[in-house]
Design a protein around this ligand. Structure first.
Ligand SMILES: CC(C)(COP(=O)(O)OP(=O)(O)OC[C@H]1O[C@@H](n2cnc3c(N)ncnc32)[C@H](O)[C@@H]1OP(=O)(O)O)[C@@H](O)C(=O)NCCC(=O)NCCS
Length: 163
């Protein structure tokens, strides 16, 4: 079954968090201390976390990637801030083009809203991925997690080209 990218629905919120947490805890584990991983992807996934995702206070445009009917990747865009907010892929589906397909969907959504340039806070883990997709590192920085804890990141940018 081919990969499918579609808009996220409210009832995907638990799967959204499951993919996010697995990606952080397995794929990013080598790049960050345990305290950061624990706050970036707190377990267990609670009803409150699910409700928080469903509230979507920043008005994120969200997409999910499905393989064989299962959600294996998530992506989010905050068009108002020209921000690529999130891209996470489940470890079992990594390096199969899922992240690339999600970023493509986010870039098309951005262009459709008149956003011609995207910025993002890349994890140290995802730097090569975003560079592969044409994003350039502007500076090293810190990303502030919802808990207030800071984690090292790379501020990146890409000018989008409409085809
Ligand atoms: C970063 C991430 C989204 C990449 O997703 P993915 O589906 O595995 O990426 P793709 O298969 O589309 O990779 C496309 C290309 O990016 C590069 N790339 C991807 N992951 C890479 C890695 N870990 N190391 C080096 N290059 C990488 C490669 O050039 C790859 O092409 P190749 O597989 O033919 O060599 C995924 O690894 C992830 O979720 N990481 C942990 C969470 C995270 O840090 N997310 C970003 C938050 S800002």
């Amino acid at each position: 079954m081919p990969m499918r990218i579609r808009r996220m629905r409210a009832d995907d919120a638990f799967a959204f968090l499951r993919v996010h947490h697995a990606a952080v805890r397995e794929l990013a584990a080598a790049d960050y201390p345990l305290e950061v991983l624990e706050e970036w992807a707190p377990l267990p996934v609670t009803e409150a976390q699910v409700a928080g995702v469903q509230r979507n206070p920043d008005g994120e445009d969200r997409f999910v990637a499905e393989l064989e009917g299962a959600i294996v990747g998530i992506g989010a865009l905050v068009a108002v801030g020209s921000e690529l907010r999130a891209c996470y892929v489940a470890p079992e589906a990594a390096r199969r083009g899922v992240g690339t397909a999600l970023v493509g969907a986010l870039e098309r959504a951005a262009l459709s809203k008149g956003v011609a340039q995207l910025v993002l806070d890349s994890s140290l883990t995802a730097r090569r991925f975003y560079e592969h997709l044409g994003y350039e590192v502007l500076t090293r920085g810190e990303h502030v997690l919802g808990s207030g804890r800071r984690m090292a990141c790379l501020k990146m940018r890409k000018t989008l080209e409409s085809n």
